[in-house]
Design a protein around this ligand. Sequence first.
Ligand code: ZN
Length: 327
Amino acid sequence: MAEHEWMKPVRALVGKAYGRVYAWDRVNAPMIRHWCEMMGIENPAYTDAESAAAAARGGLVAPAAMLQAWCLEGAKLNNYPPGSTTENPYEALKLIEAQGYPSVVAVNSDLEFERELQLGERLYYTTRLESIGDEKTTALGTGFFVTLVMQYFSEQPGGDEKVGEQLFRVFKFKPAHAVKPSAEASAAPAKPKRPAPGISDDTRFFWDGAREGRLLIQRCKACGTLRHPPGPVCTACHSFEWDTLQASGLGTVYSFVVMHHPPVPPFDYPNPVALVELDEGTRLVAQLVGVDPGAVAIGQRVKVEFATFETSDGGDIALPQFRPLAG
Ligand code: ZN
């Protein structure tokens, strides 16, 4: 397909570098402590000044994964410290949007860290528009994969030092339902099928159980703690040994959403999706069935049932769904 004429000025932006965005605060102990508390990290290298001073690093450092947090704008959108650029590194997205591609979804992000940060360092990042892919049609719709790369620097007297990098890719698209069907394709297209989940050695038991009509919960063999979603290690005691418990299938709507927009082709709308708290204590996300989407309520008692769906890769999948209990 030939490229749209209007894409020319958008493509011309590829490679463009946008100016600095500064951190509001220098790397500091209180923010590190708050971050570690929220993330459940107890490494003394981050929060215990005395022990950090006695260790090889010689003082507190910031967790590498905190990199992006230093340069966030805060609760107010686009509220960056003095000296920060006023350019919009997302201008390519705005130009694409103006041509009738209103939706955006984050696709993936890669973080790279060059070194740990020490207290007192002042950070900033710059943004580069890395690439814009050719127009593509996915299950979500038709649009462009746009990749930005943010490079993080620490200001240093002898020249600023790169400390990390973040790649951020989004899909800027017009939703599938908004794409005008071509004349030959307009005759009742086949309904798209559900995407197959990624199944790993950690999660296979769950899907196999669903196929047998059993709702299984992963259980730590060492301490008995139940966990969901499945994972390789117990967060309570760090044991890698686990087996499963068959749930009663009874639970309570802990929270829910009713999806209206944007419609994703395999599903029917409105689409009620609940976070169900099982009587055993773990929670899982599942579709609600046999319910008026306007009448879903927190605290509603529900019971699992299983339905099998064809998947877009030619296979099928059994999924737990929940139906309100009468009364
Ligand atoms: Zn355990």
